[in-house]
Design a protein around this ligand. Structure first.
Ligand code: ZN
Length: 207
């Protein structure tokens, strides 16, 4: 089981990723930026309709550790409200920009019943902007229980996952959302806690 995650969208390339997920009956998590969601309402609706997860990547992508508690809360609440208004979907996961969080961020998430999703494998797609590099990063780095970081901002990332998803499935991986992955954690998912993977020995299925 793995959780592909796509940050910084929605964008004009999100649809391509949704298409390949749909074709292979797979799911992923889209960590959206609040101030972009009203530019792509149909993409957002399609994301939810495909059984994918929408996570909060804040309203305007600040480093949350530099903000007051009130501003952190607004970054999360405004995004989640915008997502809910368009799709009816209740966001349950935060992906903090730059992976940066502190005690304030974690305790606000705990209060808001939100888990924090970090990543175990960074495809560095934002840096390489190269289809083969992103594809190789996924295929060489993937392990059971991993959360994998990509960005649905680049054509090269869309092309890489179009190639990787069928092969991951052929290798026996189930492509699930972050919340689905964490739902198989033997201790469950704790709001306010940070997850970058679920170790196979902690995965309990059929409970
Ligand atoms: Zn980001």
């Amino acid at each position: 089981m793995i959780a592909l995650t796509f940050d910084d969208g929605p964008s004009e390339y999100t649809d391509r990723i949704l298409n390949v997920l749909l074709e292979y009956d797979a799911r992923a998590t889209f960590c959206v930026i609040g101030n972009k969601v009203n530019l792509f309402p149909d993409v957002l609706k399609r994301t939810v309709a495909g059984g994918n997860e929408i996570a909060c990547h804040t309203w305007s992508h600040p480093n949350l550790t530099n903000l007051s508690a009130a501003k952190v809360r607004a970054q999360i609440e405004n995004t989640n409200n915008a997502v809910k208004e368009i799709t009816g979907y209740q966001v349950k996961v935060l992906r903090p920009p730059y992976g940066k969080h502190n005690k304030t961020v974690r305790s606000i998430c705990a209060e808001m019943d939100i888990v924090i999703a970090h990543w175990e494998l960074d495809t560095r797609d934002w840096s390489s902007r190269n289809t083969n590099s992103v594809y190789n990063a996924i295929m060489k780095g993937v392990k059971n229980g991993y959360i994998i970081l990509c960005h649905d901002l680049y054509e090269t990332t869309a092309a890489a996952v179009e190639k990787a998803i069928p092969e991951l499935i052929a290798k026996g991986y189930q492509l699930v959302t972050v919340s689905e992955l964490l739902s198989f954690h033997k201790d469950g998912a704790a709001p306010g806690k940070v997850y970058n993977r679920v170790d196979p020995e902690n995965i309990v299925t059929g409970k």
